[in-house]
Design a protein around this ligand. Structure first.
Ligand code: AFP
Length: 333
């Protein structure tokens, strides 16, 4: 029992390490984790309840909204709304930011999240997840605006995700390495299972939607040729693609690998959203010793043009992300 390092115990211990810490941030992370436990419970019994399938509505991205999407979004909003330290929330599912009930004027933190990443995988029981990030706002005492959110990812002070897979795992960083906690369903607690995650030195797999190859630019084709060449260091490099970003990145983080959803001739900015997907995962992967780029810039330097702006994303082992960037530079001069 003494060894059972739960997320709350871990956070309390860390709080003690920071002089002047008020405990607000610890409370915030604990509440985020609580919301994800509830989402995990709903995901686990999705087939039993009437929550599978689509609502019939479309979200701001023009995609079909599933019932679990809505439920997860509501769950996170509900939990965050009453926290006095949270000023405003931006969700992938909502067109505009939400000012919170309790902290809209005095709250110091801004939260971004993708409540259910990979929702097209829900109905087939494949891994899905929740992604979040925390920023500190520059000015308190007034309502937050969209501009407060549309800033570089390097301003994030914490980011992480929860994957609902064969077990539920909460992985996060506060800028001092990355730790992973597995949900013990009997105790109902996240327990430290993967302390100080570091991405392995070499990539064992690459992940991309090869169905888009017809639209890829030459740098992406050249990249795939190298990864699939069978030559060192890619002799044992396999293709692995789940189609849930957070699950693909999680696997690559633990086993070594590179995920890419590049810009192409059809979608120059790719598909993935800067604030809800690219920024938080780039933060985590960098903290684990990896890299994330749009082919030209470090993802954490990208300032989104709007709440729902998209970006090409190449993320994972530093060597492969650098290789992609060099291929971009070579093909576009
Ligand atoms: P959904 O949440 O709408 O399923 O989108 C998932 C996602 O944003 C990301 O998690 C995947 O990596 C990517 O889309 C998959 O996109 P493709 O279906 O085009 O491969």
């Amino acid at each position: 029992m003494a060894d059972l390092m739960t997320l709350s115990r871990y956070n309390l211990q860390r709080k003690r390490d920071y002089e002047g810490a008020t405990g607000d941030f610890t409370l915030l992370i604990n509440h985020l984790a609580l919301a994800m436990k509830v989402v995990s419970r709903e995901v686990a019994r999705a087939g039993l309840l009437d929550v599978l399938g689509k609502t019939g509505a479309e979200n701001v991205q023009g995609e079909q909204v599933t019932k679990l999407d809505v439920l997860s979004n509501e769950m996170l909003i509900e939990v965050l709304n009453d926290l006095p330290m949270v000023a405003a929330i931006a969700s992938e599912e909502d067109e505009e930011i939400r000012l919170t009930r309790a902290g809209r004027l005095s709250g110091r933190y801004l939260i971004c999240f993708d409540p259910l990443d990979g929702s097209s995988n829900i109905d087939v029981n494949a891994t899905i997840g929740t992604i979040f990030s925390v920023r500190k706002r520059h000015e308190i005492g007034r309502d937050a605006t969209e501009a407060d959110f549309c800033r570089a990812g390097s301003e994030q002070i914490a980011a992480g995700y929860c994957v609902y897979g064969s077990s539920t795992m909460f992985v996060y960083s506060t800028g001092d390495g990355v730790d992973g906690f597995t949900l013990d369903p009997n105790v109902g607690e996240f327990v430290l299972s993967h302390p100080d995650i570091r991405i392995p030195a070499s990539a064992t797999c690459w992940s991309a939607n090869v169905g888009n190859a017809r639209n890829w630019r030459q740098e992406t084709h050249a990249f795939v040729r190298t990864l699939g060449s069978g030559e060192a260091p890619y002799a044992k490099c396999s293709l692995r693609y789940i189609g849930t970003l957070v699950a693909d990145v999680h696997r690559n983080l633990l086993q070594g690998g590179v995920f890419f959803y590049p810009g192409d001739t059809k979608a120059p900015n790719g598909k993935l959203r800067v604030l809800y997907e690219a920024h938080p995962l780039a933060y985590v992967v960098e903290q684990a010793g990896g890299k994330a780029s749009d082919g030209w810039r470090r993802i954490l330097d990208v300032v989104p043009s709007g709440l729902h702006a998209r970006t090409p994303l190449i993320i994972g082992n530093a060597r492969e992300v650098d290789l992609y960037a060099s291929l971009c530079a070579a093909s576009h001069g």
